[in-house]
Design a protein around this ligand. Structure first.
Ligand code: TYD
Length: 205
């Protein structure tokens, strides 16, 4: 079954869309592994705490390498076994987040990231990436309504988040067969109609 990743800026609603898709697929008898990055494994959840909650300064290169370590373990422990078992794998963020946040956001070398990330993935790539596109100020306002505490990335300035959004859209233009842009302004049920249309047209579940 396919590997589908969910991407977008903070507060774009991708996690809700992923949950709704998992429910719909399971309701139709599909085997679904719903997972996330960072996280998804015991090591990953520990890395997640360091990466998202830590108030201490984290060197950008160290931060990036922790995301890659998380991904490698997640692929080995969760993603590859689930794909081998014939499950749908739905992943909340994957390699496009690394390009958007660490290359465009933090300014790290995109070519180096692409090279190392390809080694980490070792041939695994989502068949479909749903990119939920939303104005960054609107997305950040949504996350603040949900949780007043700000994580490492939410507290970055608007320009950082604009770079992230622009890079996601560039990735979609570069890889139009894999990445589908879904406008995320509407409410969750309306956005889900679009999510389902795209997934059902492509995979006929
Ligand atoms: P996430 O759980 O996706 O939060 P939200 O759903 O609130 O956006 O948070 C993951 C954070 O980690 C998000 O701010 C983006 C960041 N991130 C990176 O910077 N690089 C990566 O490679 C990944 C997977 C995530």
């Amino acid at each position: 079954m396919p590997f589908i990743s969910f991407e977008g800026v903070e507060g774009c609603g991708k996690s809700t869309q992923m949950r709704l898709l998992a429910e719909r697929l399971r309701g139709r008898g599909g085997a679904v592994t719903a997972t996330r990055e960072p996280g998804g494994t015991p090591l990953g959840e520990r890395l997640r705490a360091i990466l998202l909650e830590s108030r201490s300064a984290l060197d950008p290169l160290a931060e990036w390498l922790l995301f890659e370590a998380d991904r490698r373990q997640h692929l080995a422990e969760v993603v590859r076994p689930a794909l081998a078992a014939g499950a749908w794998v739905l992943c909340d963020r994957f390699s496009d987040s690394t390009e958007a946040y660490q290359a465009a956001g933090r300014g790290l070398d995109a070519a180096l990231i692409a090279e190392v990330d390809a080694r980490v993935r070792d041939g695994v790539c989502p068949e479909l990436t749903l990119l939920y596109d939303l104005d960054v100020a609107e997305g950040l306002a949504r996350t603040r309504r949900r949780d007043a505490r700000e994580g490492r990335f939410e507290s970055e300035d608007l320009a950082f988040h604009e770079r992230v959004r622009r890079r996601f859209l560039e990735i979609a233009r570069r890889e139009p067969l894999r990445v589908v842009v879904v406008p995320a302004q509407a409410d969750a049920p309306a956005v889900f109609e679009e999510t389902w249309r795209i997934v059902s047209e492509r995979f006929a579940p």
